[in-house]
Design a protein around this ligand. Structure first.
Ligand SMILES: [Fe+2]
Length: 159
């Protein structure tokens, strides 16, 4: 009995799409972790609202991480796991608990934009392969991370 993937997407395309998703997974995990840390360590007069905003964002990302990883598995590839593997796949740096609230916001805003760029870069491979499921997932992730970036930007006074 063959256990080969037979879902209408060829092996090369599934590999390429999964590679893009793996980078997205690593970026999202890294920013999830940083946002959760800043939820703990943010300080200042806006503590309550930032503590809550960061919780809303890390909770959303935590839910998404599983969907991205499980899409990689449905494509017949193994999902990266562990700090070492994620560190090799992402350019996101660890957070710094000593930072001011404003610096935390600015850093997270850029990090959200980095995830947006990663998700956008992963889209052509999915579209070229006719992988509507991944394209739809990436569209959902773009929607979420563009919204996260907007909320962080607006908290800094930007448009
Ligand atoms: Fe908490």
């Amino acid at each position: 009995m063959s256990t080969q993937v037979n879902t209408g997407l060829d092996a090369k395309a599934r590999e390429a799409v999964a590679a893009g998703l793996s980078k997205l997974l690593a970026d999202t995990y890294a920013v999830y972790l940083k946002t959760h840390g800043y939820h703990w360590n943010v300080r200042g007069p806006n503590f309550a609202s930032l503590h809550a905003l960061f919780m809303e964002q890390y909770t959303e990302m935590w839910g998404a991480i599983d969907s991205v990883a499980e899409r990689i598995r449905a494509l017949g590839q193994l999902a990266p796991q562990g700090y070492g593997a994620f560190g090799n796949l992402t350019s996101i740096k660890d957070g710094d608990p000593e930072k001011s609230a404003e610096d935390m916001l600015a850093e997270l805003m850029r990090d959200q934009e980095t995830i947006v760029a990663t998700a956008r870069a992963a889209l052509p491979a999915a579209q070229e392969a006719g992988d509507e499921v991944t394209a739809s997932l990436l569209s959902d992730r773009l929607t979420a991370h563009e919204k996260h970036a907007w909320m962080l930007r607006a908290s800094l006074g930007g448009k």
